[in-house]
Design a protein around this ligand. Structure first.
Ligand SMILES: [Zn+2]
Length: 62
């Protein structure tokens, strides 16, 4: 009895659907903002992505 998968879908859970930097928690994203503030002097905010479910940074536009 052979068991063979008919579907050969390539699903890699480690590879995120987004090319943006992913932060697992908002706290992590906020920490990154604090870090970048000191270097780039830019205003950033966090948002939860509907694609990957993780957090990304977005620049605030004035
Ligand atoms: Zn995402």
């Amino acid at each position: 009895m052979k068991y063979k998968l008919t579907k050969t879908e390539k699903i890699n859970p480690i590879e995120p659907p987004c090319k943006k930097t992913i932060y697992i928690t908002q706290a992590e994203a906020l920490e990154a903002i604090e870090h970048m503030k000191g270097i780039h002097r830019i205003e950033l905010s966090t948002y939860q992505c509907s694609l990957c479910g993780y957090w990304h940074l977005t620049s605030k536009k004035k």
